[in-house]
Ligand binder design. Structure first.
Ligand code: NAG
Ligand code: NAG
Ligand code: NAG
Ligand code: NAG
Length: 421
């Protein structure tokens, strides 16, 4: 008996650790499974690999991470395991995930989940070429120094019954970085179900009202990107889809991931010292020294900025809030130039950026402003003594008593975050 049980035990454990699967022969896929150093996760439902430490920090959506989690439900997560799969469309809070195929997957009736960090020379060479080919403008000089490959091989859906037990999907995520920029390759070989039977779908045919999500969710409710097929029946066509934005093999989608994205474009951030954000603009308030309109304009220009133009009531409220706070803290009375002048043609106001001033549009003039306006008083400011309404003043001092603006606000456009490396 003893001689029989030992080999049986050995066989069982071999079957578990080196499952005899045949990796897909798909040009988009990186090597995985038997013959690689892949970790094979135990069969699971709502499972996770647990925290996987990384030898290189992975830049992701404006942060860097030194560990990640490979989760059963078709996603890699950062900052913690994500064992559920939300059907709510990205962007959502929590779920800081790269979602290859985010739905209720299980691997106890079919499928294997493999993953590994690798700096294997062949893999890095291939990743370097793939990224350079896909992003030629940015990355002629990109050299991959690290990758992480996670593969969901012939996984099934939870809640599968009858024919549903035969439905399988195979897909892969490849994370690539040079330590500065980062990219993710989403690879698809076959998709046979859209939504699990356990999450409101049909367990026999794998369809449902909330098909799987494909994309990236930053976890803050704002930053995300989604594949055009995400949450649609087109998911079945992922294996033959070609990304129109980049050149690469069929069945592959790409995203650059070091910058946070909002849809398809990098989220904009403020340049340093211009930390106050107003829509597309970033602002910096100069409280002193007092400057003439032209002086204020020149200071802004020297910073690569322009005088902040107040276009709406919301802008006014925001500025007034900032000034009121400053004034109450300091006991000072500060007003601001608003980037509007009729210096060139008396009575014809123009915005500092050259856009025409809409005389019937937003223009909260103070009482008496028009009477006060003459050929000597050509520059407009928000006047604290006039209940924060618009008033005109000489563009250069000396100003009349209690009527001179003494602060200004410079504005720069928010810009895509540049990697600081
Ligand atoms: C897989 O796991 C689920 C949840 O634990 C269970 O309901 C199901 O019966 C299991 N299926 C198989 C084939 O083991
Ligand atoms: C799958 O099931 C849904 C309802 O659960 C049904 O509407 C749909 O027609 C079915 N699809 C196929 C291909 O049988
Ligand atoms: C699920 O799909 C199967 C196969 O298409 C169909 O026969 C069955 O009626 C569907 N179940 C429900 C609850 O719609
Ligand atoms: C000017 O403002 C008025 C009132 O808000 C608006 O109806 C009009 O369309 C604006 N004109 C232009 C050219 O923007």
């Amino acid at each position: 008996m003893r001689q029989l049980t030992l080999p049986a035990c050995l066989l069982a454990s071999l079957a578990f650790t080196t499952a005899q699967i045949t990796p897909v022969s798909n040009a988009a896929f990186y090597p995985y499974g038997p013959g690689t150093a892949d970790i094979l996760d135990p069969a699971a439902d709502d499972g996770t690999s647990g925290e996987q430490s990384l030898s290189t920090q992975f830049p992701f959506f404006g942060n860097t991470y030194n560990s990640l989690y490979v989760n059963t439900n078709g996603a890699i997560s950062f900052g913690g395991a994500v064992t559920g799969a939300t059907t709510v469309a990205f962007p959502v809070t929590d779920n800081k995930v790269i979602a290859a195929f985010f739905t209720d997957i299980q691997t106890n009736h079919t499928g294997h989940i493999y993953h590994r960090e690798t700096v294997d020379a062949d893999v890095l060479a291939r990743a370097t070429i793939d990224i350079r080919t896909a992003f030629p403008a940015d990355n002629g000089g990109f050299v991959a120094t690290w990758t992480y490959i996670a593969t969901w091989h012939e996984v099934g859906m939870k809640g599968a019954t009858g024919d549903g037990l035969n439905l399988r999907s195979t897909f892969q995520l490849v994370l690539v970085t040079d330590g500065c920029k980062s990219f993710v390759l989403f690879n698809y070989d076959q998709i046979q179900f859209l939504q699990s039977g356990s999450s409101g779908g049909n367990g026999t045919n794998g369809t449902g009202p909330n098909p799987a999500q494909v994309g990236i969710n930053g976890g803050d409710g704002t930053h995300y990107t989604i594949h055009p097929y995400s949450r649609t029946t087109n998911l079945y066509n992922l294996p033959t889809w070609t990304d129109p934005a980049v050149s690469g093999p069929a069945g592959r989608w790409y995203r650059r991931t070091d910058q946070a994205l909002i849809g398809n474009t990098p989220a904009l951030v403020c340049p340093s010292s211009y930390s106050q954000r107003r829509g597309e603009k970033c602002l910096k308030m100069f409280k002193k020294p007092t400057k003439s309109y032209t002086g204020a304009k020149a200071t802004c220009a020297s910073e690569g900025a322009e005088l902040f133009i107040i276009r709406s009531h919301a802008d006014t409220e925001w500025v007034v809030g900032m000034l009121a706070d400053f004034n109450s803290r300091t006991g000072k009375k500060r007003d601001v130039w608003i980037g509007l002048t009729d210096e060139d043609t008396e009575g014809t106001f123009v915005w500092e950026d050259g856009t025409p001033f809409n005389v019937t549009g937003y223009a909260p003039w103070a009482e008496g402003a028009h009477e006060h306006n003459n050929e000597f008083r050509n520059c407009v400011f928000i006047n604290k003594r006039k209940n924060w309404l618009w008033y005109v003043q000489k563009c250069r001092g000396p100003w009349e008593l209690y009527a001179g603006p003494n602060s200004y606000i410079c504005a720069k456009n928010a810009v895509p975050a540049a990697p600081d490396c």
